[in-house]
Structures are given as structure tokens and as C-alpha cells.
Design a protein around this ligand. Structure first.
Ligand SMILES: Cc1ncc(C[n+]2csc(CCOP(=O)(O)OP(=O)(O)O)c2C)c(N)n1
Ligand SMILES: [Mg+2]
Length: 327
């Protein structure tokens, strides 16, 4: 799989933007300005970008409570996302959803999801619609190792197999579900074999390696668009922050995160691969990092300056009406 300089730049820029976004939200959360719960995606960037770079605008993704990276990779507006997280007007969901409910249907981002295992059934629905309409678009369900043991996920894999739906199940295995280790909680200890039991093709991928993720995603998506049916990617990586902001991480050995940041960093790996192969210059990568930093700086200052939602909006957007949708 060959990527040209423009595609490489897009990938590196996307991963830097997510990292910068998450590192900054971590700092801002500590100031007490951000309401609600926040779960950060830092360390996992190669998955969102590696998969979403294989998607078309009309493809759909279903996300998780740890959804900022998926949203950025699917093209959601970073300024509107930051306002949403701060709970301000101009947020993607008018500042009324917060981190765990960021959605942008126009971009094919069906939503972050506070329900563990809530995304896979949504992806099945989007894929069924695509199949019925014959659009050749696909749906991706991102979900964690904890969600992999939820009934909704298992039922979705079965339904997708039975209906031959174009769903890519992306198991993002960051080693923990809250404080429970995935090495303990996944019965059979072999997610690919579990997927095969449901009739899905499965593939295990090193989630620190953008190129490995992207290659595996492109291959799966190509087969799916040709009618090959659902597949699973088991992507393994590490999360750099706690389960949620405020988590003391007493269940992780001392030094684990420091080691991982030093030796298991998808951005460092990508930079080394790109520069050693002479595909882009180090200065070009430095420039993208600086641009990501100033984009996020701007997003934070605009979010801080934006007003909260108006009281008159309190009861709007509570229920969705589908009246007329089928006409
Ligand atoms: C149905 C449901 N059960 C439990 C929870 C509480 N909960 C929130 S996140 C989480 C762990 C999820 O772990 P994983 O799927 O591995 O995702 P990660 O947080 O590691 O990204 C749990 C149990 C929930 N939100 N929804
Ligand atoms: Mg997990």
C-alpha cells in the first residue's frame, strides 16, 4: 500500500490534532471549566485515523464514550467540538450534549455513546440502510474491549453476519475496561477467533503502527464494498490517561504509562518511519505539530469565550420526531 506525501501529511496532521486536542482537554478539565465526564483518546490515534482515512463522506461511524478521536478523524469541526465539551453555544450539539454525546450526522458521525456496546447496533442500522439503498457505503463500529463482552456487540456481529452487512467492527483494545484488564475479561483470550465463530473474518493489528492499521482497514473495507460482508479488526494499543479524567489509576503498575509514552507512541513511530524513508522532512512534521497546537489554542479560547446555551433552549432537542421521514 503506497501513500503519497499528501496522504501522509493528512494522516500525521490528523493524529497530531487528536493528540493535541486530548492533551489540552486534560489540562482544561483540571481547571474545573468543563462539565461532566471526559474520557481521553491519547495513545489510540492510529486507530481512528488509520480506519477513517479509508472512509468516504457518506460512510457512517458509531463511536464510544472515548469518542473525540473518532469525531476528529471523521471530519467533525474541531472548534464546534471544543465548544460542545465546554458546554457552550456553537457546540456541535448546541452545547447540550458534552464530551460523551458529540454527534454530527452530516459528517456520518452517529455519535459518541455513553452506553458501552451502544454503537454496534447503530452501525448495523446504517449498514442495512446502505445495503437496501445499494450505495456501497459502509459503517464502522468502534468499541472497546469491555464492550466486546456486551450482548449488544455479540448480537450485532451475529446480525451483521446473517444479513451480510457492510459493517467493520473495530475492537479498540486498550488493555482495560475501567480497571478490569482485557487479558482477564475476554473469554477465550482470542477476539479474532471469537469473531470467526460468528462468521466474520478477523484480523489482529498493532495499534501503535498507523501503517498496519490503515493497510488492514483498507483491505477490509475494499472486500466489504464488494459485498464481502462484515469483518473485525482487533486493534491493540495503550491509553495514556485514566479511564476518565480524575481516575487515580491505582490498578496500573507504577511507571506503566511513562514507559508506554516513551516506547509505545504511534506518533513517534510514524515520525520515525516517515523521516527515515525520506517521505517527508522533519521540519514539515514540526510545522504540522505547531499548526495543530495553534488550532487547538484557538478552539479553546473561542470555547471559553462562548456563552452557555440559552435558557429558552432547555426543552428543545429533547425528542426527535420522525414524522414525515418515511413519506
Ligand atoms: C451498558 C453500560 N455498562 C457499564 C457502563 C459503565 N462504563 C463506562 S465506560 C466502561 C468501560 C468500558 O471499557 P471499554 O469498552 O474497554 O472502553 P475504554 O473505556 O477502555 O475505551 C464502563 C463499564 C456504561 N457506561 N454502560
Ligand atoms: Mg478498554
Amino acid at each position: 500500500m503506497q501513500m503519497n506525501a499528501q496522504q501522509l501529511s493528512e494522516a500525521y496532521r490528523g493524529m497530531c490534532t487528536i493528540r493535541e486536542f486530548e492533551e489540552r482537554v486534560h489540562k482544561e478539565f483540571a481547571t474545573g471549566q468543563i462539565p461532566g465526564f471526559v474520557h481521553l483518546y491519547a495513545g489510540e490515534e492510529a486507530s481512528a485515523v488509520g480506519v477513517c482515512m479509508g472512509l468516504r463522506p457518506d460512510d457512517h461511524i458509531a463511536s464510544t464514550h472515548r469518542g473525540h478521536g473518532h469525531a476528529i478523524a471523521k471530519g467533525c469541526d474541531v472548534h464546534a467540538m471544543m465548544k460542545e465539551i465546554f458546554g457552550r453555544q456553537g457546540g456541535l450539539c448546541k452545547g447540550k450534549g458534552g464530551s460523551m454525546h458529540i454527534a454530527d450526522i452530516g459528517k456520518g458521525m452517529l455519535g459518541a455513546n455513553g452506553i458501552v456496546g451502544g454503537g454496534p447496533p447503530l452501525a448495523c442500522g446504517a449498514a442495512l440502510a446502505a445495503k437496501v439503498k445499494g450505495t456501497q457505503s459502509v459503517a464502522v463500529a468502534f468499541f472497546g474491549d469491555g464492550a466486546f463482552n456486551q450482548g449488544t456487540t455479540l448480537e450485532s456481529m451475529n446480525l451483521a453476519a446473517v444479513y451480510a452487512l457492510p459493517v467493520l467492527f473495530v475492537l479498540e483494545d486498550n488493555g482495560y475496561a475501567e480497571s478490569t484488564a482485557s487479558s482477564w475479561s475476554i473469554g477465550g483470550h482470542n477476539p479474532v477467533r471469537r469473531a470467526e465463530g460468528f462468521g466474520l473474518r478477523g484480523n489482529r493489528v498493532d495499534g501503535h503502527d498507523f501503517f498496519a492499521v490503515h493497510r488492514a482497514a483498507i483491505e477490509a473495507l475494499t472486500r466489504m464494498r464488494a459485498g464481502g460482508g462484515p469483518e473485525l479488526l482487533h486493534i491493540e494499543f495503550t491509553r495514556y490517561f485514566g479511564h476518565f479524567e480524575g481516575d487515580q489509576m491505582t490498578y496500573r503498575p507504577p511507571g506503566e504509562v511513562k514507559e508506554e509514552r516513551n516506547y509505545l507512541d504511534c506518533l513517534k513511530f510514524m515520525r520515525a518511519r516517515i523521516t527515515s524513508a525520506g517521505m517527508l522532512l522533519p521540519q514539515e512534521l514540526d510545522r504540522m505539530e505547531a499548526e495543530a497546537a495553534s488550532l487547538i489554542e484557538d478552539a479553546v479560547s473561542k470555547a471559553r469565550a462562548a456563552p452557555p446555551p440559552d435558557r429558552s433552549d432547555l426543552l428543545t432537542d429533547v425528542y426527535k420526531t420522525y414524522a414525515g421521514a418515511l413519506a
